[in-house]
Write a protein that binds this ligand. Structure first.
Ligand code: NAD
Ligand code: DAU
Length: 368
């Protein structure tokens, strides 16, 4: 059975993955409104959606997903039949320093959306068919040992950070609204994303930008933690597949087949930036602090710093179900994807330079 979304509400559409998805959806569909609903927190950035206001199908609304009345009004006003729910507090380090916002947005906010959707779609039957897609994370499954089997959809939940605990809580609420009220839901649990528009508190953009300024590269603990990196465009394609072809009430794991230790990833980024700065003269002029501008290697900037409390050692994803049932397969190779991401950050320096005055990143190690 297939479902074709018409008018979609995209929560968190001004964030990293949400903005990539909004662009992907507008590029790959011909009809239906695309209503982006985002509170524009420190992580939300209207510049991530620059240029889209010329598109007559696109509407941006600033607001909070905890505000159920506004959500209801949007669902009614735009005859929304599909919610794609990205909005969240998403950074693990911040959740350790202050869990409250995570509980509010990730748990209470998700419940507010579910209540509004149930009220209109189930109780009032305002649309003939509907779908609530919840974007979740592999972190709900906890941490793997080196020899453990990758996470699959039936792996028991064992969240270790306040962030992952709130995402797990949201996943359970989505499941409950399907089982109890018959809401048509799907969930994706995805691994670490990278690509354009990622806020520079996350590992990959943080490392790229610090190299360009010749600043230390903070690697937590021994740097041997493993993540399965996925290009954000592959994640967007997976979500679109699940929206259209996923079974109601089902969960799909999405991964990149690219397990890498943090230290290898950081060294790889150092090599890419060194290569680009060495071979393109204009980059040494624009970023004179980059080690390669003075003939040095960026990896000399690596500093092993205090580890993240409760740091998950390894994530790995078994995405056989999404492959078998939906034909999902990641298309972008990690090495090529990292290089194109570094190039995006070099070509879009004004995008991240505008963020450096805002709450940025180095507070983390100072505050633990
Ligand atoms: P992000 O932090 O870049 O963006 C989150 C967006 O949500 C921001 O635009 C922010 O303004 C908005 N937002 C926050 N609180 C809100 C509220 N109360 N009401 C409305 N909007 C609010 O996050 P991201 O990295 O793009 O992640 C998006 C989703 O994907 C999250 O649910 C996250 O848990 C999930 N996820 C992320 C990754 C990853 O690697 N980044 C991997 C798997 C799953
Ligand atoms: O696995 C999916 C998750 O990936 C998402 O659910 C989260 O929203 C997203 O933030 C991401 O979580 P991580 O904690 O894995 O991502 P982050 O970029 O913060 O860190 C990646 C790894 O790098 C992690 O092991 C911690 C480490 N790290 C991170 C930072 C910011 C460092 O060693 N140094 C750093 O400065």
């Amino acid at each position: 059975m297939s479902f074709e979304p018409n008018n979609v509400l995209i929560t968190g559409g001004a964030g990293f993955i949400g903005a990539n998805f909004v662009r992907h959806w507008l590029d790959t569909t011909q009809q239906g409104k695309v209503v982006v609903f985002d509170a524009l927190t420190y992580a939300g950035n209207i510049e991530n959606l620059a240029g889209l206001d010329k598109n007559l199908r696109y509407v941006f609304v600033r607001g909070d997903i905890c505000d159920e009345a506004v959500v209801r009004q949007l669902l009614e006003q735009h005859r929304i039949d599909t919610i794609i729910h990205f909005a969240a507090e998403s950074h693990v380090d911040r959740s350790i320093l202050g869990p409250d916002d995570f509980i509010r947005t990730n748990v209470v906010g998700t419940h507010s959306l579910l209540k509004a959707a149930k009220s209109l779609w189930i109780d009032q039957k305002t649309v003939a068919a509907h779908r609530f897609h919840h974007v979740s994370t592999d972190e709900v499954y906890g941490s793997l040992g080196p020899e453990d089997e990758p996470f699959h959809e039936a792996t028991p939940y064992a969240p270790n950070s306040p962030y992952s605990a709130t995402k797990a809580g949201a996943d359970h609420l989505v499941r409950a609204y399907h089982e109890t009220y018959g809401l048509d839901t799907t969930v994706t649990n995805c691994s670490n994303n990278y690509g354009p528009y990622q806020f520079p508190e996350k590992l990959i953009p943080l490392i790229i930008i610090n190299i360009l300024h010749g600043k230390p590269l903070p690697v937590y603990g021994d740097g041997m933690q493993v993540r399965d990196w996925l290009h954000v465009a592959d994640h967007c394609e997976a979500i679109a597949l699940v929206l259209r072809h996923g079974m109601s009430g089902e969960v799909y794991n999405v991964g990149g087949n690219s397990e890498t230790t943090n230290i290898d990833l950081v060294h790889g980024l150092c090599a890419v930036v060194d290569d680009l700065v060495t071979t393109r003269d204009e980059l040494s002029v624009a970023f004179p602090g980059a080690p390669a501008a003075e003939g040095k290697q960026a990896k000399s900037l690596v500093r092993h710093v205090r580890d993240r409390p409760g740091h998950d050692r390894r994530y790995a994803i078994n995405f056989a179900k999404a492959k078998r049932e939906l034909g999902y397969c990641p298309q972008r190779d990690l090495a090529a994807g990292l290089r194109s991401t570094v190039e995006w950050y070099l070509e879009n320096a004004q995008w991240w330079q505008a963020l450096l005055g805002r709450e940025y990143t180095e507070w983390v190690n100072k505050n633990y």
